[in-house]
Design a binder for this molecule. Structure first.
Ligand SMILES: Cc1cc2nc3c(=O)[nH]c(=O)nc-3n(C[C@H](O)[C@H](O)[C@H](O)COP(=O)(O)OP(=O)(O)OC[C@H]3O[C@@H](n4cnc5c(N)ncnc54)[C@H](O)[C@@H]3O)c2cc1C
Length: 488
């Protein structure tokens, strides 16, 4: 058997990676370069769609629904077995569908983000899987509302909406490569237990959070590595009223909102202390050592959803081996975290870890270069553009930074067009290089708005044979308005 035949056989048996010493025994002149393996070219099955959405997370779900509703044959590629992304793995509440009206007396309450993101949350709320838009009663200069979600119902609700829209959903499928020709992406390479395959399409949206598709396609990107990596745990067996009572006794209640919890209105759904205030020194010291942040939300009795452990890596979060070490360290920290709560905080005596994320998350990994890069001045001054695709009004560093007069700013279409590639969009936490501006654009509801805009644009381009830069704004705007997007 010569080397080529051997590879064919082992490849067909799925044993390619085991080809090593055995394969080359006795072929001294044919040895490969040590430490390397040359993969054989393979003929892959290929299918055609109009639009590929890479990543079925916060932005990707909305993006794929938007694209399919415009009429494009749309495929969504998601690495995990469920959709939802960091919205169901990292954050505490969905920030924010509204302007910051409560912090600006006299300013009108306005729902800024509508369309498919709002439809998703309204539908979830109606089936008991979200708190709707409960008003904050303390710290409303940070956010005026609290939208907490039941993470498991969110996954189901989102997947059902994709299904109903007619999206071809590939879960448990890794986007492993891109096929580029000149300034266009032609296709993507997928890996799943069904094998390696190609999907060709006319337009593409990268919603992978980390910009995997754009990076595979050779787009320009940076990796600022300016955040810790995080895993957040959900704690069961927590007496929330007892915890609140404890903080209230020391006058240390920080963020607070009441809403529907386990079907009953008027219950605590968001709770945090005022800084480290109110906690015993031993708890504070222990929490510092493991990067613990206790602000949390809930939709169910006896359960707190997101207690975060933070860990700053020296390496970028795209370094697999550094991430492997961090995954272990974060799990150790979560154990220490629950023990700290049990030992020191009333209400947590019998708490246990009921949920963790399947892998660590970060607030930004790769940042993909797009035609326009929003600045912090744009955000704070409430700037609107001639090519706005939706408006937004939340800043994660509020009250230090707030959008002018409790209003909104616009996200321009150009901020989603990947530089130098004619049919690729980016949506989600991978846009906006300015750290402080990103403290606004990266939040869940902004990612969702970006998703609807990018999905709508991709579908219009694919159906009408436009490149992303040739798509007339008027047509996009009409389609977005038809999809319920608000622009003031
Ligand atoms: C710890 C933490 C706390 C946060 N807290 C809040 C908060 O309280 N409120 C708020 O509004 N925002 C919060 N944020 C920000 C917000 O949650 C994220 O910025 C946002 O959810 C990111 O959305 P996304 O669509 O860009 O990425 P994601 O939601 O991560 O979606 C990306 C999806 O792509 C998939 N994927 C990635 N690579 C591939 C691939 N190669 N092939 C196939 N699939 C792939 C992933 O599995 C994932 O499902 C927080 C973020 C973090 C990290």
């Amino acid at each position: 058997m010569n080397r080529r035949d051997f590879y064919r056989t082992t490849g067909a048996l799925g044993l390619g990676l085991m080809a090593g010493k055995t394969a080359y025994a006795g072929q001294a002149d044919d040895l490969p370069e040590p430490g390397f393996y040359t993969e054989n070219a393979r003929k892959l099955p290929a299918r055609e769609f109009d639009v590929v959405v890479a990543g079925g997370g916060t932005a990707g779900v909305i993006c794929a629904i938007a694209s399919a509703r415009v009429g494009a044959r749309t495929v969504l590629v998601e690495n995990k077995g469920y959709v939802g992304g960091v919205a169901v793995e990292g954050g505490t509440a969905l920030h924010s569908f509204f302007n910051l009206w409560k912090a600006f007396p006299g300013v009108k309450k306005r729902q800024l983000v509508r369309g498919i993101p709002a439809e998703m949350v309204d539908r979830l709320t109606a089936r008991g899987g979200a708190t709707g838009y409960a008003e904050m009663v303390k710290h409303f200069e940070y956010d005026s509302v609290c939208t907490a979600i039941d993470t498991e119902m969110y996954k189901l609700n989102a997947h059902e909406m994709l299904d109903e829209a007619g999206v071809y959903v590939c879960v448990n499928t890794l986007l492993a490569g891109a096929i580029r020709q000149g300034d266009r992406v032609k296709g993507v390479i997928l890996e799943s237990r069904s094998g390696r395959e190609v999907i060709m399409a006319k337009a593409f949206v990268d919603c992978t959070g980390y910009g995997d598709l754009a990076a595979h396609a050779g787009a320009e990107y940076s990796e600022p590595n300016d955040y810790p990596v995080v895993n957040s745990m959900g704690l069961g067996n927590v007496d929330i009223e007892k915890y609140h009572h404890y903080l209230a006794e020391q006058n240390a209640v920080g963020q607070l909102a009441y809403g529907v919890r386990s079907g009953m209105p008027g219950r605590i759904i968001r709770l945090g202390s005022e800084g480290a205030g109110g906690y015993p020194p031993a708890f504070v010291q222990g929490a510092r050592q493991i990067g613990l942040s206790a602000i949390s939300t809930t939709t169910q009795d006896n359960y707190l959803m997101f207690i975060k452990m933070n860990l700053k890596l020296r390496e970028c979060p795209t370094d697999r081996d550094a991430v492997a070490k961090a995954e272990l360290e974060l799990r150790k920290r979560m154990q220490k975290g629950v023990e700290l709560f049990r030992q020191h905080i009333p209400g947590f005596e019998r708490a246990f870890i009921a949920r963790t994320a399947p892998s660590l998350v970060i607030r930004r990994g790769r940042l993909i270069a797009c035609d326009y890069d929003l600045t912090h001045e744009d955000v704070l001054n409430g700037r609107h553009f001639e090519d706005d695709v939706f408006v937004y009004g939340f800043h994660d560093m509020a009250p230090r930074f707030q959008i002018k007069d409790g209003g909104s700013y616009g996200i321009p279409y150009r901020a989603l067009c990947v530089k130098k590639i004619e049919n690729l969009y980016a949506a989600g936490m991978m846009i906006t290089t300015d750290h402080r501006a990103h403290m606004s654009t990266r939040n869940t509801v902004s990612c969702m708005g970006q998703g609807q805009a990018a999905g709508t644009a991709a579908a219009l381009c694919a159906l009408n044979h436009f490149s992303s830069r040739a798509l007339p704004y008027k047509i996009l705007r009409q389609a977005l308005e038809k999809g319920g997007v608000y622009f003031e």
